[in-house]
Every structure is written in C-alpha cells, then in structure tokens.
Design a protein around this ligand. Sequence first.
Ligand SMILES: NC(=O)c1ccc[n+]([C@@H]2O[C@H](COP(=O)([O-])OP(=O)(O)OC[C@H]3O[C@@H](n4cnc5c(N)ncnc54)[C@H](OP(=O)(O)O)[C@@H]3O)[C@@H](O)[C@H]2O)c1
Length: 287
Amino acid sequence: MGKTVIESGRVLLTGASSGIGLAAAYLLTSRGYAVVGTARDPEAVLQRLTRERGAPPPFCLFKMDLADAASVDAGFAKAEAELGGVDILINNAGQGELGSVEDTDPAESRKLFEVNYFGPVRLCQLAAPSMRARGAGVIVNLGSIVHELQFPFKAQYCASKSALTGFSLSLRYELHPYGIRVHVLEPGWVRSAFHDRLRPVIKPGSPYAARLKPFLDFSRDSDPKIPDGEAVARVILEAVEDPASPVRIAVGREAKTFFLVRRFLTHGMQDRILLWKLAKKGDGAPL
Ligand SMILES: NC(=O)c1ccc[n+]([C@@H]2O[C@H](COP(=O)([O-])OP(=O)(O)OC[C@H]3O[C@@H](n4cnc5c(N)ncnc54)[C@H](OP(=O)(O)O)[C@@H]3O)[C@@H](O)[C@H]2O)c1
C-alpha cells in the first residue's frame, strides 16, 4: 500500500502533556513534522519533560484549556501563527469520568462536554477554512470504544465520545470534496495516566458508593497486552500518512476483536456478556 507523507506537515496536537498525546508529539516530531502541542500548564510540562528526558522537548507547547472557549481560540491563533498554518489537527485531549448520573454535578457534565466535544468541534471549525483553501488537510479525533460499548458510571463520558464520533462521521462528508480527511480513533483500554486522573464522584450516603468500588481498580494499566501511548501514537501517524486509512479506526487487540465480534451479537447478547464481566468485577446488578 502506498504511503504518502503529506507535503505540509504542520501539526496542532491537543493534550501533548502525557499519554497518547505526549507519545504522538515525540513520534511526529521525529518523523519531521512541525508540532505544536497543547497543555493547560505548558511551563510545568516543559520543566517536567526537561528533567525526565534530559533535554527540552523538540516541539512547542502552548497553553489551551478546552473547557474555556476563549482559551481554545487564543491557543489556536497562537499555534497557527507559530506554524504558519495547520495542516493536521489531532484532537487528542480528553477527560474521563467515574460517577453515577445521580451523583454528578450537571456543571461537571457540561465541563466534560466542553473538553471532550465542544473544544474539539471548535478546533475543527477554526482549522477547516485554511485546510479547505489549500485543498488538503487531516483531522484525527480521539474517540473511544465507548461509542459502541458503554460502561456504567461513565454515562457522560460515553455520551461525549459518541457525540465526537457522530460529529466526525458527518464532518468528513462536508470536508471530503476539499481534500480534507477526517478520522476517528476508537481505542479500548490504553495504558496511560488517564485512569489515575479519575476522581470518583460519590455523594455522602450515595447508594452507588459500594458499586463504584470495583471500578477503581486500574490494575489493567500494567497489563503489557494493553496498548500504551506509543502504540496509539503509531496508529495516529498511520492515519495521518495513509490516505487509505478508514474513517473509524479501532485501536488495540481488545477494540479490534470487539468490533469484529459485535457484528454477530444482538444487544441482548452483548448485555449478557457485559453483565457477566461486571459481575466478575463485583457489580452484578441485573438490567
Ligand atoms: N486511556 C484510555 O484508556 C483511553 C481509551 C480510549 C480513548 N482515550 C482517549 O484518548 C485521549 C488521550 O488520553 P490518554 O489516555 O493519553 O490520557 P492522559 O494521559 O490523561 O492525557 C489526557 C490529555 O488531555 C489533556 N486534558 C485534560 N483535560 C484538559 C482540558 N480541560 N483542556 C485541555 N487539555 C486537557 C491533558 O493535558 P493537561 O492535563 O496537561 O492539560 C492530557 O495531555 C483522550 O481523549 C481519551 O478520552 C483514552
């Protein structure tokens, strides 16, 4: 299959401070792309990376808080000025969730949607005009397996990632005639700081408290069979460079197997499998 390195390789990559985004920033830079990554506290990230790796990162890091619309606009303008244009937009930054719908503050749910959905949507809006004018561009959005396989206590997260997938699938038809590709990556579990960052939301006296406990076990983060940030970064690179990449890209053995098997399962069968898995974790409440 012929791989094409797109001629202009100016990348805006959100969430470049850790996990998938950090690995992608190093990988893309090493392949000759000019990368501007974003983080909420770029100075602290620069210091940490310099300390840990013995040298400052070979890519720029600018401030962007996706929960703040003004910060998204300002961060994009700064990145565009630095790069001279954005050819490749990678909407990687995202926030997880662990809490029942009843216990979760609606303001927190809105914030989660700003970070996981409205922020990426705004960046697509900002990046599209100049990509369209150049007749080329690539947008890679980080979705998740949760678009197809939903878990309890992550309702808003599932909804926000499903929204991003639906948005991406529609947007690609709009942008395709102008030479702009849109891809959505759908990983299963990835080894990263993502799970450590989760702060369980449990109201005092919550009936969900005991049921949430099994979901606090992130021991899978040390399972070498689960892809890490570097593995996902390689899939991002492939999506960027290979025009034949599919629009939806399952990432990791777990997600690939699920999407394959999913075709042959009714929702009832899928429910029974998931409930059996949840029961093994200690949450066996029947539907
Ligand atoms: N890990 C998984 O199992 C998994 C599975 C499927 C999909 N994903 C998706 O993959 C993407 C990357 O996750 P990861 O595993 O690499 O997790 P991670 O290590 O926690 O990285 C998350 C990144 O998002 C940034 N971020 C968080 N909140 C933000 C905000 N309000 N504004 C701007 N940036 C923000 C963080 O930057 P700062 O905190 O420095 O600002 C960080 O760079 C996410 O979209 C996630 O939903 C992850």
